[in-house]
Design a protein around this ligand. Structure first.
Ligand code: CTP
Ligand code: CA
Length: 218
């Protein structure tokens, strides 16, 4: 089924999507980041737009080419992404957190390039705020979708994340299969159960995720 060709399944729905990776700067030329091509988040933004949604994309570092969407904002760090999402979240009906947000950032970021000296270098990190969990705990939250890329115990960890973050839907996948690939193999997990999707290209996966969540919206 070419679900993404279904005309206007998400007509006029306001959807905010995060995509790509954040990079936490140590100095002006170095940072700590996660691996993310941006492909899955961009595919969701593209297909949601085709389905008639008014998409807001908050994107970080990505190698994939960014689709044309109604609103797009660059956010390079976890802090910037948090600020941008919170600035644009009011009256969104759906929030999909696909970005690989850095969990920690350097306690201090140097204004100048750090010079090498000793044989070992210790960097102190502080935990970043959880964008998805904070959006889900807003007074009148949008329908929230999370992604869990795991290397082991995929279902168990993903189910726990859905509960911890108090979100209705999480998309579980294997980090080693999904990262950078054009294809993905995912399991949708919501309150009604687990729904494994056939391995497919990320556009097809995006269409199936959006079709699934559409049926959960009132
Ligand atoms: N997420 C977020 N803000 C963060 C960290 C994660 O919005 N600071 C979102 C991601 O976009 C994803 C979901 O939370 O949709 C799960 O991210 P993941 O890294 O798998 O889970 P964490 O809760 O960060 O747990 P851990 O990395 O320890 O597995
Ligand atoms: Ca994380």
């Amino acid at each position: 089924v070419q679900a993404h060709l279904t005309p206007k399944l998400l007509a006029d729905k306001k959807i905010l999507i995060t995509a790509g990776a954040t990079m936490e700067m140590l100095d002006p030329v170095r940072g700590i980041t996660n691996i993310s091509s941006g492909k899955m988040g961009f595919a969701l933004a593209k297909v949601a737009t085709q389905m008639g949604a008014e998409v807001t994309l908050v994107y970080g570092h990505a190698t994939a080419s960014r689709p044309q969407v109604r609103h797009a904002y660059y956010a390079g760090t976890a802090h910037d992404m948090y600020q941008s999402v919170m600035q644009h979240i009011a009256d969104q009906e759906v929030f999909i957190g696909v970005a690989a947000v850095a969990d920690y950032s350097p306690l201090v970021s140097s204004d100048q390039k750090i010079k090498k000296s000793e044989q070992t270098l210790t960097i102190e990190l502080k935990k970043n705020k959880d964008i998805l969990a904070d959006v889900a705990s807003l007074p009148n939250p949008p329908y929230c979708v999370g992604f869990a890329a795991e290397t082991e115990r995929v279902l168990e960890y993903a189910r726990q994340k859905r509960l911890d973050k108090k979100i209705p839907l999480i998309v579980a996948n294997r980090a080693n299969l999904a990262l950078g690939s054009d294809n993905n193999s995912v399991i949708l997990i919501d309150a009604t159960g687990d729904y494994p999707l056939d391995t497919a290209d990320k556009t097809t996966i995006a269409a199936k995720i959006l079709t699934h969540l559409k049926h959960q919206l009132n």
